[in-house]
Ligand binder design. Structure first.
Ligand SMILES: Cc1cc2nc3c(=O)[nH]c(=O)nc-3n(C[C@H](O)[C@H](O)[C@H](O)COP(=O)(O)OP(=O)(O)OC[C@H]3O[C@@H](n4cnc5c(N)ncnc54)[C@H](O)[C@@H]3O)c2cc1C
Length: 276
């Protein structure tokens, strides 16, 4: 069967995805490629949850290369996949990790070694080379490393997944809220939903129900008496009008407060999604 012939037949297994963020959209795209029948419900606009509000950084994995190599490897692999399947969705601007203090330099060797071990292509730069690329860097910088970070539009990129899933026959509902899960003999077999536009309610049934509700996963799982503990972590991001830089600028040290600037179209987003 060719990829274009993989449109789901009426007898194909049916999956109900709850949540229309990046996870739900990408899953709908992937499963329709495999000939699975998809229904997806989202209680707001698509990408209106965490996905539409994130930093917009396509991670190279370098940020995790010292502390969490498993995530770093996953990031660089996904980075390459997303660039190839979503061309045009990214500003391919690369990133710099910049060492300013002696403390940053103490992290440098571990950082370079970690990136190499994780297969993240890097280029070690002199301060002069880095300043030529980004003239507003602190002129006292001691060293910089170029990494394949990129910037994405947090809403437009995932909308491509919804579009291709719909093109392949997925049924996508926005403004449709899951009120409860239908549980039969210990298995989740569907969901009770409310159409937030008309107010009508009903049950949707499926062979499999996927909880793709991000930070709301705990609440949805509880409907099936399943415990999925979610732990919030603190972080602050500030969107400033105008671009301070064209590349993604990271401080060369362990994740902390305010250690990254992501240029996002006409804005500069400064901050850290989590400093813990
Ligand atoms: C501040 C911040 C910055 C980040 N920056 C980056 C970054 O730069 N790069 C990166 O790769 N990642 C980043 N992340 C992580 C990224 O945003 C998340 O991993 C991703 O958006 C999670 O997507 P999701 O689809 O799982 O969740 P969400 O996008 O939250 O989607 C869940 C959806 O479920 C829906 N939902 C909830 N309850 C119901 C219900 N009862 N019925 C129907 N629908 C329901 C919600 O409305 C929501 O749209 C950042 C995260 C944060 C918090």
């Amino acid at each position: 069967m060719t990829r274009s012939a993989a449109r789901a037949s009426r007898d194909a297994p049916h999956v109900l995805i709850v949540g229309g963020g990046g996870t739900g959209g990408a899953l709908a795209h992937d499963l329709t490629l495999r000939g699975i029948r998809i229904t997806l419900v989202e209680r707001g606009e698509f990408t209106s949850g965490t996905t539409g509000r994130h930093h917009g950084l396509l991670h190279s994995g370098a940020r995790y290369a010292v502390n969490d190599r498993e995530s770093a490897i996953e990031c660089i692999e996904e980075n390459a996949i997303l660039r190839s399947i979503c061309p045009g969705s990214f500003e391919e601007n690369d990133g710099l990790f910049v060492a300013i203090t002696d403390e940053d330099m103490a992290y440098y060797d571990d950082f370079v070694e970690g990136c190499k071990a994780c297969g993240i292509p890097i280029e070690e730069l002199t301060p002069e080379e880095a300043l030529r690329m980004e003239p507003l860097l602190n002129p006292e910088l001691k060293a910089a490393v170029r990494v394949p970070d990129a910037t994405m539009d947090a809403m437009r990129m995932p909308l491509r997944f919804f579009a291709t899933a719909k093109h392949r026959g997925a049924t996508l509902y926005n403004f449709m809220e899951v009120l409860d899960l239908v549980v039969d003999g210990g298995a989740v077999t569907g969901a009770t939903v409310r159409d937030l536009v008309t107010g009508s309610e009903g049950d949707l049934h499926a062979d499999l129900v996927v909880n793709a509700t991000g930070p709301w996963s705990e609440k949805i799982a509880r409907m099936a008496k399943v415990d999925v503990p979610i732990s919030p972590s603190p972080g602050v991001m500030l969107a400033l009008r105008g671009r301070l830089c064209n590349m993604v600028i990271n401080r060369m040290h362990r994740s902390g407060d305010g250690d990254i600037v992501v240029p996002q179209r006409g804005l500069s987003v400064v901050g850290t999604s989590s400093w813990t």
